[in-house]
Design a protein around this ligand. Structure first.
Ligand code: GLC
Length: 551
């Protein structure tokens, strides 16, 4: 099939926490290769690997020291080639993370920039400015970093360099053609090796307008709109990718509004862009509706498919988020700020995460799952401070908990840590909580009522019914869903060439009737639907065709 990515299901692997082949407590490519069958058995189409490049790991590898190599903790290029070959043999495509906004301060270019003089070509690869005030001691703008604190740091000679994230993550100067050339080389390096695509980190923020000067709140000024040179860069990426056969693709990480995102996924730019609204939406029908509308708006405006996500490595696990009943705002907001002191209600959270899984796997377009989502893992909220690594935690002085809690190594088998993540007796880089014992994959594989069994069923159903992947979505008003109580029910019809389906999610306390038709998916056991669709549950029914109706 051409353009396989249009309705594909991608599985996000955080290599450091997936499987540890050599027992050093950190996941690696050999560990992942040995466990690929578990991913293939889930029924996904492709992998997305977060960065595995040489890195000081200040930001979990999003501080890249060398874009065309493998960090020794993960293996080497030969291990990558083995992974790629094994994945392809198992029918899985492989996509990798591209981090074009910034590198690590250990990157050769930045080491050179430190040594070089102001005004040198080495400095011109980064966003370097003189400071303001006497002796240039004031930073060029008042902009803050996404990870708290200032976004400017001084070189030893007094010039300032800009970093949207941590001071060890200097931003590249995309106005310098050398940067674009270097990224073309990096793209080709991995495309030549056979990767099927990329996930592009912080994709919408490559260009900054320092002339805008100080801003209220210290927000960075990132030029938007069709005239931004950003589009030229993605057109250039696209030309490189189109040089290769096999429908290579890229998905953008972006939190921009739909009109902006739509510009980035025009036919001559990139292929997909995450709709991250669902990762933050509260568990109410209007909030879910709004989040889905955002993804559909991009699709309507651009012709690119919507791309759905509920969890990733930057956000609290769904089970905990839905259990805490909160809305997340802004980017990189890892707090779940429990409304009651008792902590999240994980039973409620799991119920809702199951219903969310049914919804996610019944949305037209591409779908991304984050490792452990299929196991219903909760956020690990009680990690001791001294094991936390996320710069969000450290730079906020510990006031923001950070993102380590969704990155805890996966439980595979066995009743004690490391639960098969690594060899017996090895100590995972983040400690696994005891609750992982009951959620280990091997147990869930044998339990038809498990989250894993649900995801497997959902992905099988999604494959079997084209309408769930490619249908046209029409919202159903409360009165169109039999007995649907206004406000709490999210319902839509998917229309396809061969069949149509109705998806109903009940976020409210009252039982509602199940729409008529042939039940293909349910977040609760079928027996639990006898009286109707209970609270925090979702179903998908395939409707009788109009031919049958007319008979
Ligand atoms: C992206 C990544 C996040 C990282 C940030 C800076 O948002 O998903 O993990 O910290 O970029 O590279």
């Amino acid at each position: 099939m051409t353009e396989w990515w249009r309705d594909a299901v991608f599985y996000q692997v955080y290599p450091r926490s997936f499987a540890d082949g050599d027992g050093d407590g950190q996941g690696d490519l050999a560990g992942l290769t040995a466990r690929l069958d578990a991913i293939a058995a889930l029924g996904v189409d492709a992998l997305w690997l977060t960065p595995f490049y040489p890195s000081p790991m200040v930001d979990g590898g999003y501080d890249v020291a060398d874009y065309t190599d493998v960090d020794p903790r993960y293996g080497d290029l030969a291990a990558f080639d083995r992974l790629l070959a094994a994945a392809h043999a198992a029918g899985l495509r492989v996509t990798i993370d591209l981090v074009p906004n910034h590198c690590s301060s250990e990157h050769r270019w930045f080491r050179d920039a430190i040594e070089a003089a102001p005004g040198s070509p080495e400095r011109a690869r980064f966003l370097v400015r003189d400071g303001r005030g006497p002796g240039g001691a004031q930073p060029p703008t008042n902009w803050g970093s996404v990870f708290s604190g200032a976004s400017w740091t001084r070189f030893p000679d007094g010039q300032w360099y800009y970093h949207l994230f941590d001071p060890t993550q200097p931003d590249f100067n995309w106005a310098n053609p050398e940067v674009a050339e270097e990224f073309e080389r990096i793209l080709r390096f991995w495309l030549d090796r056979g990767v099927d695509g990329f996930r592009i980190d912080v994709s919408d923020a490559l260009i900054k307008d320092f002339d805008a000067g100080d801003t209220p709140g210290g927000h960075p000024v990132i030029p938007k709109g069709a005239s931004s040179p950003l589009h030229e860069h993605y057109r250039a990426f696209r030309r490189v990718m189109d040089d290769y056969d096999g429908d290579r693709m890229a998905v953008l990480e972006t939190g921009a509004p739909a009109e902006e995102v739509a510009l980035l996924v025009r036919p001559d730019e990139m292929h997909l862009a995450f709709d991250l609204a669902l990762t933050k939406a509260r568990w109410t029908a209007p909030a879910l509706h709004e989040a889905i509308e955002e993804g559909l708006a991009v699709a309507r405006l651009s012709g690119a498919p919507a791309t759905w996500v509920i969890e990733n490595h930057d956000l609290p696990r769904a089970v905990t988020r839905y259990g805490a009943d909160v809305e997340l705002s802004g980017e990189y907001v890892p707090e779940t700020e429990h409304e009651d002191a008792g902590g999240p209600d994980l039973e409620q959270g799991t119920r809702r995460a199951r219903a969310a899984a049914v919804l996610l796997c019944s949305l037209p377009g591409a779908v991304y799952l984050f490792q452990g989502q299929e196991l219903g893992l909760p956020e690990v909220e009680d990690l001791p401070d001294d094991v936390r690594e996320d710069p969000v935690f450290h730079r906020s002085g510990g006031t923001t908990r950070g993102r380590d809690g969704c990155r805890v190594p996966l439980p595979w088998e066995g009743s004690e840590a490391p639960y098969g993540f690594g060899p017996e007796g090895s100590a995972p880089w983040l400690p696994q909580p005891e609750v992982f014992a009951g959620l280990r994959r091997e147990l869930q594989e044998r339990d038809p009522g498990s989250m894993l069994a649900l995801y497997r069923e959902l992905l099988t159903t999604r494959k079997a019914h084209t309408v769930l992947r490619e249908g046209t979505l029409e919202w159903l008003a409360a009165h169109e869903v039999p007995g649907g109580s206004a406000g709490d029910v999210l319902a839509f019809r998917l229309r396809g060439a061969e069949e149509s389906a109705v998806v109903v999610v009940n976020t409210g306390p009252d039982v509602v009737p199940v729409a008529p038709g042939y039940l293909v998916s349910s977040s609760v056991p079928r027996a639990a639907l006898a009286g109707g669709l209970p609270r925090d549950a979702a179903v998908v029914v395939v409707e009788p065709t109009s031919d049958q109706e007319n008979q």
